[in-house]
Structure formats: C-alpha cells, structure tokens
Design a protein around this ligand. Sequence first.
Ligand SMILES: C[S@@+](CC[C@H](N)C(=O)[O-])C[C@H]1O[C@@H](n2cnc3c(N)ncnc32)[C@H](O)[C@@H]1O
Length: 467
Amino acid sequence: MYKIHPYFTNDGSVGLFSPEADDIYHSTYGALSEAYEKFILPAELEKYFENNSEIKVLDICYGIGYNTKSFLNFLLEKNILKIKNKNKKFFSKKENIVSIYTNNNESKLCNVTTYSNNNSSDMIYSDKVYSETQSKNKHAIITNSETIHSNNISHINSASNLQNCKIFVKAIDVDEKLFYFSPFFRQGKENDKKYNKLDFEYEKINKLLNCEFRQKYKLKPEVNLIIFKNITEKMPEIFDNIEFWQIIESKKYKPFFDCKLTAFLRALKNKTLNSMPRCRLNAFLHNIYYKYISIRYKKALNSLNLDDFIFEPERADARISLKSDKNIYNFIFLDAFTPAKCPALWSLEFFKLLYEHLDKNGMILTYSNSAAVRNAMINAGFFAGKIYNPEINKYTGTIAVKNKSLIKHELSEYDLGLINSKAGIFYRDENLDLSNEAIIAAHKIEVETSNKISSSRFIKAFSRKSS
Ligand SMILES: C[S@@+](CC[C@H](N)C(=O)[O-])C[C@H]1O[C@@H](n2cnc3c(N)ncnc32)[C@H](O)[C@@H]1O
C-alpha cells in the first residue's frame, strides 16, 4: 500500500518523509524556500535571459516538483515570462461537448466545454465565458474565447529579443505517484503546522521542526494549475491509480491538499459535470472560476499564453532516461537524496552522463557539499564551484560547469584537500545499472583499502596549519 508522510515545513509548504530512504525529501526550513535558494537564485536566471531567448531545464528527482514550480514561478513573477494571449486553445476542440446546467439565469459561468486529448476529455475554464442559452431549461454550452494555454509560453521581457522565448522543462523521477500528487499540495500558514501532529512519522521529523516559520516565497496559483493541466494531460493514468485516489480522497490527508484542485480532478475523473445536482455544480464551478480564473487572477491569465512552454514529466530511473535523451540542457537541477543514501545519482559515471547533456555554458546545481560529489564532478570533466547564500553567509551547495568563468565561488584550499582525502573517494557505477546498496558496498571497500589520508586526519592537520 502506497503511503505518503506529509508535514508542513517552516515556510508553509508541504514536505515529505520517506521511510524507505529513511530520509526527508524536503528540509523543514522550507521545501519551497530551499528550492528557490538552492536552485533558482544561484542559476541567475535574469542574467541568463539578458542574452538568451530559449532555455532547457532538466529537473532530476522531480519529487513533488518544487524545483520546477519555483522555476516557473520565478519566470512569471519577474515578468521574464509574460505570456501573451493569442486566443489559442490547449487542445483541438472536438465534438464531445459536455453540457451543464446552471440554476441561475444570471450566472456568468454557465458553460464548460471539454477538449479532447487522445481519448480522455479535459476541461478548461475560460476567463471570458459567455453563455448561449440553448433551451428553455437553461441548458447551455460554454464557449471558450480565452483559455489557459499550456505547452506554450511566450515571453516578453524588457529586451525585445525575448518575444519568442521557449521554455522546455524535463522532469524525471522514479516514483510516478509523486508526479500525480505534485499539483495538489497547498501552501499552509504557520498555524497549519498543527497538522504535523498527525501520525505521519511525526516523531522522526519532530526534531527538525523547531526553527521559525518564515514565508519568504509563495507560489502563484497559476503554477499549480499549469502543472495540474500538464500532469492530467500527459499522465492520464492518474485517473485510474487506486492508491493515488485512496490518498487524495482520504480525510487524514485533506489538510495538505488544495481542495479546489482535487474537486476539479474528481470532476474530470467522473466526468459527472453533466449529472451533478444543479446547486452543487454551480457552487463548484463558481469556486473554481473565482479562485483561478476570475477577477483576482484575470490580469495574469489574460496574459497567459503557454504556446512556448513544454513540460515533459517522465517516470524513470534518471540513468536510463538520460541514456536515450538527445537534449542539451542549460540548467540541470540535481536533487537526489544524499549521496550516502542514493549514490546512483552522484557517481562518477552519472556525472559523465550529465556532461554529455550540459550546454557549454550550462550549469548543474546541487545542494550537496560532499567532497566525493565534487571529486566525481571534476573527474567527469567539469569545473566545480560553490553556491553561496549571502543571507545566511553559508555555502549551500555545489555547481558543476564546463565554462570556468561561471564560477563565482571557487573551491577553497580546504575543499580541495578534503577532495584528496578518503572523503573525496567517489561512488562508481560503471554501467549505470547498479543498485544503491551495491554501489555503497563497493565504495566502503574502496575507502577501507585506500592509502589516502582519512578526512579526520586531514581536518586536524589543516586546522593546525591554519592556526
Ligand atoms: C529529495 S527527493 C526530491 C525532492 C523534489 N525535488 C521535490 O521538489 O519534491 C529525491 C527524489 O529522488 C527520486 N529518485 C530516487 N532515485 C532515483 C533515480 N534513480 N532516478 C530518478 N529519481 C530517483 C525519489 O523518488 C525522490 O522523489
């Protein structure tokens, strides 16, 4: 039986605990804050868009998608991504129009049209909906004159060369259910942390929940809607996954999910819009409409045209997926569990594979400060540098680049010394097919039999020398 162990992190975003990995997916500091600070800010995207009008991003270990969402949010928020409405539609409109009923003649929202993508029908809401009363019994069909567009985003930045900016995001994770859940997690408030007292392995994460609530970043609602649309379209299996539905419908998990989006999903699954009791249907549509489409978001959605935004979620072992991937990426977010738990995605061979997929001016961003990871990067042909967060005056990760001039914070003498100690012995996975356990076992033997200085001896010697 599939389980998730959610909790509210200290910025109100939901984190997950994994009993199998015995690790948390997200730091309690804040799942969203972490995504911004470790992946989005150091990528210096604003600077990137000064000279580029296309971008390819690879999100390795998508999980519930904070890195992809933060990226999308950043672009929307900074107006790098200003989306122009071109009156196009998501899907080609087919005849399978679902007619619905309203219980109010004056209701502006009285129609929904379904659009067909493969054989499954999807529903889109428009921000300029007008009704045609088709019969005396108020039976009406929606006409969508403006729709939320996906697969496409056209950017308008101050620089005019960004008019045709194209964005491609490929997201990989072995766990397809996390893709399914990803659009539904809501952003809580400080007092929502009371839900952390529910029995979701709370004891294990309790010790990590002490720091202060700080909502520095917030996702625009369009972000989840865009992810929702993409996931339901590209992973239609979501509708038949029993374990997913058990969780999304369970009362126990309710506080963690956005109930409007789950209601939306339920309606799509059941395709019962036309059979819903009138009053419930009207209330339901009213809520969706006003939450996502109407007044509050109208401005943003008016400018939405996702013509140039392509999101490709893929359930796969990242090693296998990348072997057959022909893309060259500008940014790679590597967010695997720690090297000691998930060495398959931190091995020398994996970095060699990433080398083939990184643009000459591209950047791999990781939260890891491990000497073994840095050594693997260097041996794979990259230059490794540090990610510095001035707010907390700390180095919070490592970047790998082909163009050395992109490094702002070089590895120090201490870092390089550590790399040359036993701590720098990297993981090996010659054919990119070993289990994590096998990689860990081989690594342990290599460390034990190595003649290199131990990390503790190196650290002692280094501090003696520097004092
Ligand atoms: C730390 S979590 C990532 C959190 C994620 N970035 C987010 O925003 O929610 C690590 C993820 O790595 C995935 N994973 C583990 N091994 C993998 C592999 N070999 N290939 C692809 N994904 C893997 C797990 O399923 C898990 O979702």
